[in-house]
Design a protein around this ligand. Sequence first.
Ligand code: PLP
Length: 399
Amino acid sequence: MSDLPDDLNPATQLVHGGTRRSQFEETSEAIFLTSGFVYGSAEAAEAAFVNDGSRFVYSRFRNPTVAMFEDRLAQYEGFPRCFATASGMAAVHAAVFGLLKAGDRLVASRALFGSCLYIVSDLARRFGIESVIIDGTKHEEWEKALSVPTNLVFLETPSNPCLEVVDLEHVVPLAHKAGAKVVVDNVFATPVLQKPRQYGVDVVVYSATKHIDGQGRCLGGAILCDDEVAAQLAPYLRHTGPAMSPFNAWVLLKGLETLELRVKAQSASALAVATFLENHPAVERVLYAGLDSHPQRALLKKQMKAGSNLICFHLKPVNGDAKAAAFATLNGLKIVKISNNLGDSKSLATHPSTTTHQRLTVEEKAILGIGPGTIRLSVGLEDADDIIADLKRGLDTLV
Ligand SMILES: *Cc1c(COP(=O)(O)O)cnc(C)c1O
């Protein structure tokens, strides 16, 4: 397939990893926008269905462009296998339901993206899986929940939107002792800044829609795992069909080429923006993984290489109304866009309480740290000074 040296540095893997050139020797990866493949003879077709899947048969199973994306991401993440999916939620769903059956037990941290919480609580219970949801920041809650046999652990670190952190070095051995596979949603940390496999995590899932595309163009997801987990997931994926489109795989391959550059630049800008916010009198509190004021900073320094581009901040109420303060800040923005997406080259601001987490009760939001004055900011690739000036305009009117 390729004659690249196998000791390439990560940034080089992102540019060249997984490349399969056609007979035309193209520079950029080809888009194989085909659902099926043809056989030279009936015998060749028969052989294709008998053998190990090395030949492309049908794009619900495998496709050359999608395979390039899978191989490139797997190489970079340090897992032997990757399955690309149509969205991040398709990846989460398949990773959880492909590994569990009725009667099994699952433990998850509660600080999760809303749809992830739906899968590991509502949906899991509907199909007869015992689901235990805990505060993932507390060592004693993991110890208690994992003191009995368990099949799967699911967690997000840092979490969406309030950046709670789970101690992987503590949780993974406990989970393995209980007999559980550990699945980590690594979207907020990105593949650049945190490698859960270093801690023994069995499965990493991504919404490739976020930083991997990084330019707000298409949906995608990925499941990374070893061969044993892959053997369990392969038939589930093959027969349920959450396959990634070859066109999206091509867009995401191009996204991978610039992933490190973008995430590093966005992290540096986010640190400047978070520092500005922390010193602004209208802001009550800033949570950012790269600031010393983060309550789990020591753990973050161990698990993540930098703070990423995501900031969560809480505004002080104005005349007793924190929601009004948040809305005034959002409505004052000219460069930063109001959107519920994240990881884009464009800076995006979200009011979680009324959008992404609207479904939760006031109490449930409070447990996750989401108040009426909470804003989630995804820092983009604009000049940091322009992002700061944009935020300052609205914030200055509040004091
Ligand atoms: C966006 C997101 C998802 C879901 O990904 P989609 O591509 O939107 O399906 C899952 N987990 C986290 C943490 C996310 O931010």
